[in-house]
Design a protein around this ligand. Structure first.
Ligand SMILES: [Zn+2]
Length: 366
């Protein structure tokens, strides 16, 4: 069982932190008290939410199902959220994974409306999906949803340990420079969620982001989650615990949205290639695009760097991105290997650019 004790807020000069003891009870009678925290800048302290356990419920739901832990809580969950999770989402997750266990949610409910600053946000990683979503919802676009804040959530995407700390620090500096340059309010959130409860990040990335968003649920009214460029209808749940959560963002956004806080799986209508094409004239993307998961600047050799470089080559705009993808670091063999591996694995991002190399290989594959 997972037991959520009542959350507490603590502050220092620069940061505010919401802390919750989560007791994990095992069938053999042993138990661990996890001190789970979620921290943000002091200017956002008043928006941290201790009135609900929604963030904990969403953030730890996949973990509880895979471990077979019932969930109990001192603090209530929002009624409509608990209803959708209990009656719709849990039965679906159970049917679509052999590793899932039936669990009980013994959580009180609350139905009153919390105060809300009505901020509209999206995550800022500076990758293709992120920059595309930001571009779609800026003040000068015709979007109905105008961004007021960007979110940078350090909740597991960099992995764990000292290497993760190094990458996060460098990534945050890039994001802060971007936010400063274009006058965005930036909400930085750090948490030890992934350190305390080890999980497969790609399989749960929308849950962990929602954990950060719901921790500040008195700030946001709308949060656009930059989708990974999948086609609508590609919502596969089978064996969800080892697949990409991105496969079913469209469905999960409806489950975790409440009347106080709506999630939007953004740009499911555009493929990664189309998004890259849309950003190819963007001076912002040419200056700030950062997709690497290995180095503090784009390494030009890892899977994500190679995939993006190949897409830029297929579009014939590689040269425009020399500032963020140093041509000196690029490798013909890494590109070729990435292309062939992508074809062998039927990687959807590679498959949509393959035709450009076969029709124009001399021109593009230099
Ligand atoms: Zn890289």
């Amino acid at each position: 069982m997972l037991y959520f004790h009542r959350s507490q807020i603590s502050q220092n000069e620069d940061t505010a932190r919401i802390e919750t003891i989560v007791t994990e009870n095992f069938p053999d009678g042993k138990s661990i008290d996890h001190c789970l925290w979620c921290e943000t800048g002091i200017e956002y302290a008043e928006y941290l939410c201790t009135e609900r356990c929604d963030a904990l419920l969403i953030g730890l739901l996949p973990y509880a199902i895979l471990k077979g832990h019932d969930i109990s809580s001192d603090t209530p969950a929002t009624l409509e959220l608990l209803y959708k999770i209990k009656e719709i989402w849990l039965p679906l997750l159970l049917q679509t994974s052999k590793k899932a266990h039936p669990i009980r949610l013994n959580i009180p409910t609350a139905n009153d409306k919390l105060p809300n600053q009505c901020a509209v946000g999206t995550g800022v990683s500076l990758g293709i999906d992120s920059l595309y979503t930001i571009q779609r919802h800026t003040q000068n676009s015709d979007s109905l949803l105008k961004l007021t804040h960007l979110g940078y959530f350090n909740v597991g995407s960099h992995g764990r340990g000292t290497e993760a700390t190094r990458l996060n620090k460098a990534h945050l500096q890039k994001v802060q420079a971007f936010a400063r340059e274009y006058n965005y309010k930036l909400v930085v959130v750090n948490s030890n969620l992934m350190d305390e409860f080890r999980q497969h990040h790609a399989a749960i990335d929308m849950y962990t982001s929602a954990f950060a968003v719901f921790s500040l649920q008195k700030l946001w009214s709308d949060y656009s989650y930059a989708s990974a460029g999948y086609f609508p209808g590609n919502n596969e749940y089978q064996d969800w615990e080892r697949k990409n959560c991105a496969d079913y963002y469209l469905v999960l956004q409806g489950i975790i949205s409440t009347s106080n806080l709506r999630f939007h799986a953004d740009a499911e209508d555009a493929t990664r290639f189309q998004k890259t094409a849309s950003l190819s004239n963007s001076l912002i993307a040419q200056k700030h695009l950062y997709v690497c998961t290995r180095e503090t600047d784009n390494c030009c050799r890892c899977k994500k760097c190679v995939r993006t470089i190949l897409t830029l080559k297929a579009l014939g705009v590689r040269d425009r991105f020399n500032h963020v993808f140093d041509p000196q670091k690029e490798s013909f063999w890494s590109n070729l290997k990435g292309l062939l591996k992508g074809i062998r694995k039927r990687d959807c991002y590679i498959m949509e650019i393959v035709k450009y190399f076969f029709s124009n290989k001399k021109k593009h594959f230099r």
